[in-house]
Ligand binder design. Structure first.
Ligand code: ADP
Length: 379
């Protein structure tokens, strides 16, 4: 097992297209870290740089204590599992899993032991004599993982390994990967664009955007204390509800903004760029809005648009004056709901509201300093 350290890692294919713009990250020994971000933000490229499949343009990569920028991929003691399982079709499962060991000149008896041990962990012992075409997608992916386990790597690298599986199988494999990590205790770095995978698998998530890391933290830290508007909007389904609001005042009590209809809301947060008259963004997640007032809630007028029944709950959509997108509200499955196109009051519990400055940063609680683990400077 090994820790992985990225120091100001950069990648550009040519001078005009920087893809990774200076990433610093310390991945602890045995940690499960997930890279997530929109398509094209550079997460696969960074994973491939750690694997040695892409050159590192600048910066330092340490695997364990060793500076590994120029270490041959085969000598890095990392094993990568790809989205496409890339199994050899003419070989059996056993032969597929044994292939790298055979190439490395491992003794036959040892290969037997290692393949059988990995097959046991993955519960595919009964499939060892089958060819890949006689396996389901989930079984093939297990073989691909088995092939990397037998190499006994210091670090596992997963590049969207579950994307080709159907929804039910993805859930099952996700749980199995989590168990596998607990069992092996090996450092794992996992790329996905699926926020549920990220939230459920990760010890820590790194959220990427256009070649930089926006924030690193535990899943709940990122969900509950997003450093900025990008992170707040990226995590959460449906997305956080947003509304441009005017700052009325910043005082020792916090920041006061004007809501539609002229209602004032004061939150105990502050930061630069919050002078009276400046524009801020208010955010509140769909599960925190109330259709009926509770103690301390602030009401805003909205117009009810649409209801979706999801079985275990309902999603109601409302239009708010000034909001670019409809607001969504999670309601209990049997809750009463308004008539279409009727006006309604939505109730905001202030403790669950966020304010974002003009630069997108989350205004911080007054008694604490801004989180340190946030947004790295663009080059
Ligand atoms: P992600 O995995 O986050 O979807 P990638 O790491 O695959 O993103 O790609 C990051 C960016 O690098 C993309 O804009 C992509 O077009 C660009 N890119 C990837 N490979 C090459 C290449 N060989 N030459 C030039 N640009 C590339």
């Amino acid at each position: 097992m090994a820790h992985v350290t990225l120091k100001n890692i950069q990648k550009h294919y040519d001078r005009h297209t920087p893809v990774i713009k200076g990433v610093d990250l310390e991945i602890k020994d045995g940690e499960f870290v997930v890279f997530i971000g929109p398509s094209g933000c550079g997460k696969s490229t960074l994973l491939r740089m750690i694997a040695g499949l892409e050159d590192i343009s600048a910066g330092e990569l340490y695997i364990g204590q060793q500076l590994s920028n120029d270490v041959d991929p085969a000598k890095r003691r990392v094993a990568m599992v790809f989205q496409s399982y890339a199994l050899y079709p003419h070989m059996t499962v056993f032969q597929n899993m044994a292939f790298s060991l055979k190439l490395a000149g491992t003794a036959k008896s040892q290969i037997q032991t290692m393949v059988h041990k990995a097959a046991e962990v993955l519960q595919i012992t009964h499939l060892l004599e089958r060819k890949p075409k006689a396996l389901s997608g989930g079984q093939r992916q297990r073989v691909a993982i088995g092939r990397s386990i037998v190499r006994d790597p210091e670090v596992f690298l997963f590049d969207e390994p579950l994307s080709n599986l159907d929804a039910a199988l993805r859930v099952q494999m996700r749980i199995e990967l989590s168990k596998l990590h607990k069992e092996l205790g090996t450092t794992m770095i996992y790329v996905t664009h699926d926020q549920v995978e990220a939230m459920t698998l990760a010890d820590r998530i790194a959220i990427f955007n256009a070649g930089i890391i926006e924030q690193v933290g535990t899943p709940l830290q990122l969900y509950n204390q997003p450093a900025n508007l990008f992170v707040a909007s990226f995590l959460g389904s449906p997305k956080i509800n947003l509304l441009p609001v005017e700052c009325l005042a910043q005082t020792a009590q916090g920041t006061t903004v004007r809501l539609p209809g002229g209602v004032a809301l004061t939150l105990p947060v502050g930061g630069s760029g919050t002078a009276a008259g400046s524009m801020l963004t208010l955010g509140i997640r769909p599960e925190h809005l109330h259709a009926e007032a509770q103690d301390g809630d602030i009401g805003v007028q909205a117009s009810f648009e649409l209801l979706e029944h999801l079985g275990d709950m309902q999603l109601a959509y409302y239009r708010l004056p000034g909001a670019d997108a409809p607001w969504s509200v999670k309601l209990p499955a049997l809750a009463a709901h308004p008539e279409a196109a009727s006006s309604a009051t939505l109730w905001l519990p202030p403790a669950h509201c966020y304010l974002f400055g003009g630069d997108g940063r989350t205004l911080q609680p007054l008694e604490t300093q801004p989180a340190e683990n946030t947004r790295q400077p663009r080059l």
